[in-house]
Write a protein that binds this ligand. Structure first.
Ligand SMILES: Nc1ncnc2c1ncn2[C@@H]1O[C@H](COP(=O)(O)OP(=O)(O)OP(=O)(O)O)[C@@H](O)[C@H]1O
Ligand SMILES: [Mg+2]
Length: 261
């Protein structure tokens, strides 16, 4: 199996789903190198996400998936390469500036502020909301509660006492409070029961239908490929494969070769 076999031609992607055809790229990562001090993790990684698509990043433990998301969100600075988001170069910008550009990030481990209520967690997410007013934050909050009725029911509950699935909802809801064009979620399903993952995917499909491009890092390959239009397989900090999710799903060799299954 070669990279060429799966690589998609530039331009619109036929997802085969009922979703509208994605347009040009919102995110183009080119030759990205990043790591932690002397440790290089990403070795010249390229990635393109089309507007309106659901894109999955898959790869074994330690492949560099979280590091890639951290570099996109400005949590670590790349040592080389570029990250173009809707015509803005993100490399060198702060995490807050990258939020302003329209990137929302729900980090690994469904992180919430455990000692704050659900509503306080969500309101904190709006700290960089463009044109922020009390009314606009309240309407964003109402929208999040429409997507996640469980959060509405538990708005006054301390986030640290939520179930794992509810904490994931709270983390995603917080990332959505700035109305991002691109929502990044690191490990959607980790530690969650299949029925909760189903519920989250159902909500994410509504968020996607409302116009948000999704970039998901996901350990569960069948969840990742079943839900996405296209996917990129990362191995040792480089792209091993990329292509339409359904083509990757149809090839069992991917699991054994790249994902250690
Ligand atoms: N803060 C850090 N300092 C030093 N090395 C780190 C740090 N965070 C991650 N690494 C290393 O970078 C490499 C890639 O880690 P990363 O978290 O990006 O992998 P991943 O693909 O997200 O893995 P997983 O599937 O387990 O979440 C690993 O070898 C890891 O040990
Ligand atoms: Mg990770």
């Amino acid at each position: 199996m070669s990279l060429r076999h799966f690589e998609t031609a530039p331009g619109p992607v036929d997802s085969g789903s009922a979703r509208a055809a994605p347009a040009g790229p919102v995110l183009t990562v080119t030759g990205l190198r990043a790591g932690y001090g002397p440790i290089q993790v990403l070795h010249g990684l390229d990635l393109e996400i089309a507007a309106g698509e659901v894109h999955a990043i898959i790869g074994g433990n330690g492949a560099g998936k979280t590091t890639l998301l951290r570099a996109i969100s400005g949590l670590i600075q790349p040592s080389a390469g570029s990250i173009d988001f809707c015509g803005n170069e993100l490399a060198g910008r702060s995490p807050a500036e990258i939020v302003d550009c329209g990137v929302g990030h729900a980090p690994e481990g469904h992180r919430v502020f455990r000692g704050l209520t659900v509503e306080e967690n969500l309101r904190l997410g709006a700290f960089r909301r463009p044109g922020k007013t009390r009314a606009s934050v309240n309407s964003a909050l109402a929208e999040i509660f429409e997507f996640f009725p469980k959060l509405s029911e538990r708005r006054r509950q301390l986030a640290g006492t939520l179930s794992g699935g509810e904490q994931q909802m709270c983390a995603i809801g917080r990332a959505l409070m700035t109305a991002p064009k691109l929502l990044i979620i690191d490990e959607l399903s980790l530690g969650l029961a299949p029925i909760i993952v189903e519920e989250l995917l159902h909500i994410l499909s509504k968020i996607h239908a409302a116009g948000t491009t999704l970039l998901l890092v996901e350990q569960d390959v069948s969840v990742a490929l079943g839900f996405s239009d296209r996917a990129t397989v990362v191995s040792s900090g480089q792209v091993a494969l990329r292509g339409p999710a359904r083509d990757l799903l149809a090839d069992p060799q991917i699991i054994t070769t790249y994902l250690g299954g």
